[in-house]
Design a protein around this ligand. Structure first.
Ligand code: SF4
Ligand code: SF4
Ligand code: SF4
Length: 495
């Protein structure tokens, strides 16, 4: 085993374990100021896309320069040394792609459809330039964080290791689970298919590393064209011929496998073979960009959540205005992972097509804990800004309403004060009016009937969550009155 391969293996185990440790630490019981969003902040794709979509770079994302600058000189080292998604794909391929009679040389050779990732990258970058941030759907770090948060960790908690106080559930999580399984399963057929053909971060790193001086070099005098170097190649970058630098993951296995010592990693010398330039069809890149430019306004006019103040789109406290929120949220699921009550759920289409898998509060599942400010502290892009507890308890994210046709004191003259008891604001946003009633048998009774004081209601949703009319609670929250919006306000207000 060559020294470089051993070092790479140690690094890949270290970074994958670090990714898991940080994900486990993203929990209200363990969060102690750790940089839990470290891997999300390291992604150059998030850096570029949020810069284009929002013209800002949120503080932590500057860390991605730690990947970008070395990649310019050293090549795409991130993919086989640091990226937890790439490392997981590699391990899954290694374990499950051991079919008999498989021609490793063929399977690890470059194929033209691997260039698809560059067109996907173009599509996502043009969308970001128009202000629609969709890179998180495909960015491997967001993809893996979201998949672990929504499917793997809850499944593990259910079947093996207790990690949560209460089994978390995520509405629509099955779609995220199935996509994750499909990506992992694809490794059964082609090693690291995701990395080779789909990953837009890999494509971006391929572009950044296209001219790096340090790369795998083949000594044409020593090479006997045995093709043994292809056997374990991670990137399918053809080290036996003209190396495709932008596809090379720097796994170093080719150096290890070469019986002639014809390969090394370093600068060009006189014996070095020629190398292939980036395999992209410029015409197709332009066509992709133009098609996105034409499609985008059509998509916008068909589904534009930003102009609608949607009742069910209740965002976490500290969220910036909806348009800016969608320009910054990468749908990573960090906020959903840390939320202690499981109230944060991945949106389907309530926030429009653009808001797919962004966080919304679903109060039937949980409620916003009064003294909790965690989501704003783990969000890597500033879509949810960090708040102090003092500020958070005054931040309105919606307003409660009564459905008097279902509320027990209003509809059935039954005494119930649950919502008032759990309301955490001071003074309480729920108050009672004593009403004298004549009952069916002619007797009279004084009943407390609840009202909402909109000045004090912050829309935390605990009243909805605890309402004894479980199936369709008699008190419910909508986003109206949320502090982050100037338009989503009731025109007439209580004195
Ligand atoms: S191609 Fe993408 S998923 Fe694969 S290792 Fe590189 S960055 Fe990670
Ligand atoms: S502030 Fe509310 S929504 Fe955010 S993590 Fe805490 S309980 Fe969940
Ligand atoms: S709002 Fe939630 S899902 Fe969106 S970027 Fe922030 S932490 Fe990730």
């Amino acid at each position: 085993m060559s020294k470089l391969t051993t070092i790479r293996r140690i690094y890949s185990v270290f970074f994958f374990v670090l990714f898991l440790v940080l994900l486990f630490a993203t929990d209200f019981r363990h969060l102690k100021g750790y940089e839990t969003a470290l891997f999300l902040e390291l992604s150059p794709l998030t850096f570029l896309a949020t810069l284009l979509s929002s013209f800002t770079v949120y503080k932590g994302i500057i860390l991605s320069l730690l990947v970008i600058i070395p990649t310019v000189f050293l090549g795409r080292f991130f993919c086989s040394w640091i990226c937890p998604m790439g490392i997981l794909n590699q391990w899954v391929s290694h374990i499950f792609n051991k079919r008999k009679n498989i021609d490793h040389n063929k399977i690890n050779s470059y194929r033209s459809f691997f260039a698809f990732k560059y067109y996907l990258l173009t599509f996502l970058i043009v969308l970001a330039a128009f202000g629609s941030l969709q890179t998180g759907l495909f960015d491997p770090i967001s993809f893996l964080t979201r998949s672990f948060t929504i499917s793997m960790l809850p499944a593990l908690n259910h079947s093996a290791i207790t990690m949560y106080l209460k089994q978390p559930i995520f509405s629509g999580g099955i779609i995220i689970t199935l996509i994750f399984i499909a990506v992992m399963f694809s490794n059964r057929f082609l090693t690291r298919l995701w990395c080779r053909a789909l990953c837009p971060l890999g494509a971006l790193l391929g572009v950044i590393s296209a001219f790096s001086p340090m790369r795998i070099r083949r000594d044409t005098k020593k090479c006997t064209d045995c093709r043994k170097c292809l056997k374990y190649c991670h990137g399918a970058c053809d080290p036996h011929a003209a190396l495709r630098q932008s596809e090379c993951h720097l796994c170093m296995t080719c150096i290890e496998e070469c019986p002639e010592g014809a390969l090394h990693y370093g600068l060009k010398n006189q014996q070095s073979s020629d190398q292939m330039p980036l395999d992209v069809n410029r015409r197709r890149i332009v066509e992709t960009a133009l098609a996105t430019t034409v499609l985008f306004p059509m998509m916008k006019s068909a589904v534009n959540a930003r102009t609608l103040d949607t009742a069910s789109v209740i965002r976490p406290p500290g969220s910036i205005p909806e348009g800016d929120f969608l320009r910054r949220c990468i749908k990573c699921g960090e906020c959903m992972r840390v939320c202690p009550t499981n109230v944060l759920q991945p949106a389907l289409f309530e926030a429009g097509l653009e808001g797919l898998w962004s966080p919304v509060l679903i109060n039937k599942i949980g409620y916003c804990e009064h003294n909790c400010v965690l989501c704003g502290h783990v969000c890597p892009t500033g879509a949810i800004m960090p708040l102090t507890v003092e500020k958070k308890i005054k931040t309105k994210i919606g307003t409660a309403f009564y459905n008097r046709g279902r509320c027990l004191p209003w509809a059935m003259n039954i005494e119930c004060i649950v919502c008032e008891e759990v309301c955490p604001t001071s003074p309480k946003a729920i108050w009672f009016q004593n009403t004298e009633l004549t009952m069916r048998d002619g007797s009279t009774k004084i009943l407390k009937r609840p009202f909402i004081d909109t000045k004090h209601c912050i829309g935390c949703g605990i009243c909805q969550n605890k309402c004894p009319v479980h199936d369709s609670p008699a008190v419910y929250i909508t986003s109206i009155g949320e502090h982050r919006s100037k338009t989503n306000q009731m025109i007439l207000k209580a004195n």
